[in-house]
Design a protein. Structure first.
Length: 511
């Protein structure tokens, strides 16, 4: 075990050291060329000027623009060149070309007759517009009369997940940002190996950055030897590249194409409080059954095809059905995916629609509150208009600088009437939103730039589902063990702390 831990640490240190060496060499080369070649110096300055003009006229988020313009202006000799190689949130041309046919096949597989959307429209034009937006820009349609169960903790999800995995008869697909050997994963792995022996198609995708410190290098080969097909998303090759920014942050489990899970919970022991990492870990998930799981299946297989470089026949995973006995079916469920490929921040659009359309209240939980001008304006305007806007964030942090940036937004939100709470027992990692007892969201999307613009994410949009009241109940119970951040308390914060937060906030889109 110690040798495995040392190997993980060595890999991380080697990766960071390699990147820093490459960065230092690149800077030295640029400086050396500029010292001896006046033409190169002029070209470097020109590139920086063009980069700033390009950024100003680009449709990217204004905060992201500012985070790049400042360092380019401070270091014009190599700032523009750095932006040229590593700037923006765009995907590489090769990745887009590879994903193009897969996305087209995704649209074809999710061809919708529009009946569910029409049923929503008959109940509310405003809500139908929300659903139509998701369907148009993520390609994933709504479904009616679906079963959805909210799981208010990692422990609850773990218990339910094991129960459902044991029932699997045809296939199991797992796609997670973090997998870590321990009580949670080892228990699941035991079930998976048993299912492989029964002849089931078992597949696992994990993100290499998310699992870099939790799994030994080449762990996918170990799973393959057990009969579990395994893919690693975007391997962390120690070469400077903008594509390292794009991670698979999804948490998806699909069982027989009929039962699906998603939410904030990864397959690691801190998520079920087997050990204390940042105090008590508060998280949540959602389980759905029915035809809506087809969207999660297509979501998984699109990434699988991309990594494997294949074009699989997805339809053979579409026909499985489960038992309807003792299930309560109600409301509308719309799973959706968000990624930097579609050039539309669908996750942010979902949040903004909730906030802008809410009439009575909107309650949000998020581990990170790093938001842009549009989100700030929406939250403040809703609160100023009389909507009860409440947000719960962590008290204990996982990264101090990110937590500092989150706290830098408190003043303007509180002054506008938004009520901010910090979860006192520890770290809250759930990503939920519920509004007016009518519609809500459970998923993997944090309220920060990485989730909203750089990562592959997913979520479940809900309308008129009975589990919305469970999400609201969980929020109110969590609020009872949280402290409210007051305007008076904010005024007592030292000016040095406020200055540090303000500086960090400027560069938050690059964190």
């Amino acid at each position: 075990m110690k040798n495995i831990h040392k190997a993980k640490v060595f890999r991380v240190i080697s990766f960071v050291f390699s990147i820093l060496i490459q960065l230092a060499v690149l800077i030295c080369i640029i400086i050396w060329f500029n010292r001896f070649f006046a033409v190169f110096y002029g070209i470097s300055i020109l590139i920086s000027i063009v980069a700033v003009i390009w950024i100003l006229n680009n449709k990217m988020n204004p905060a992201y623009k500012m985070a790049w313009i400042i360092p380019i202006m401070l270091f014009p000799i190599f700032g523009g060149l750095f932006y040229l190689f590593f700037g923006g949130n765009r995907m590489g041309t090769k990745i887009k070309a590879k994903m193009g046919p897969i996305l087209k096949k995704t649209r074809d597989n999710l061809n919708d007759d529009g009946k569910a959307l029409e049923m929503i429209r008959q109940q509310s034009d405003d809500v139908a517009n929300q659903s139509r937006y998701i369907a148009k820009y993520s390609n994933y349609p709504p479904y009616c009369n679906e079963y959805a169960k909210y799981l208010s903790s990692g422990e609850e999800k773990f218990k339910k997940l094991k129960e459902e995995l044991k029932k699997a008869e045809h296939f199991i697909f797992l796609e997670y940002f973090i997998i870590e050997e321990g009580v949670m994963w080892n228990s699941i792995l035991e079930i998976l190996t048993d299912k492989v022996k029964e002849g089931l198609d078992v597949r696992v995708i994990y993100d290499d950055a998310g699992s870099m410190t939790t799994l030994p290098y080449g762990y996918n080969r170990k799973l393959e030897k057990l009969g579990i097909q395994c893919c690693v998303f975007n391997p962390m090759i120690p070469v400077m590249s903008a594509k390292l920014n794009h991670r698979d942050h999804r948490k998806i489990c699909i069982i027989d194409g009929y039962t699906g899970f998603t939410g904030g919970i990864n397959l690691a022991d801190e998520y079920i409080n087997e050990y204390e990492k940042h105090g008590h870990w508060k998280d949540s998930a959602i389980m759905i059954r029915g035809q809506a799981v087809w969207s999660l299946t297509v979501m998984f297989l699109s990434i699988w095809d991309y990594i494997r470089g294949i074009s699989e026949e997805e339809e053979r995973y579409h026909s499985y059905q489960g038992s309807d006995a003792d299930q309560l079916y109600d409301g509308f469920v719309q799973p959706f995916a968000d990624s930097p490929l579609n050039q539309e921040p669908v996750g942010e659009g979902v949040y903004l629609n909730f906030i802008n359309k809410a009439k009575r209240y909107v309650y949000i939980t998020t581990p990170y509150l790093i938001i842009d001008h549009e989100m700030i304006t929406a939250l403040c305007m809703a609160a100023k208009s009389g909507v009860d806007v409440r947000i719960i964030t962590p008290y204990q942090y996982d990264r101090w600088f990110v937590h500092s940036v989150s706290r830098s937004y408190y003043n303007i939100l509180i002054e506008s009437g938004v009520r901010i709470y910090e979860y006192l027992p520890g770290f809250i990692h759930s990503k939920t939103c519920v509004a007016d007892d009518e519609y809500g969201f459970v998923g993997t999307i944090n309220m920060d730039y990485r989730s909203l613009y750089l990562h592959f994410e997913c979520g479940i949009w809900l309308y008129h589902c009975s589990c919305l009241l469970d999400i609201k109940k969980d929020f109110l119970e969590t609020m009872e063990v949280s402290r409210e951040i007051t305007d008076e308390a904010q005024k007592k914060i030292p000016w040095v702390t406020m200055l540090i937060r303000a500086i960090l906030r400027v560069f938050s889109p690059l964190m």
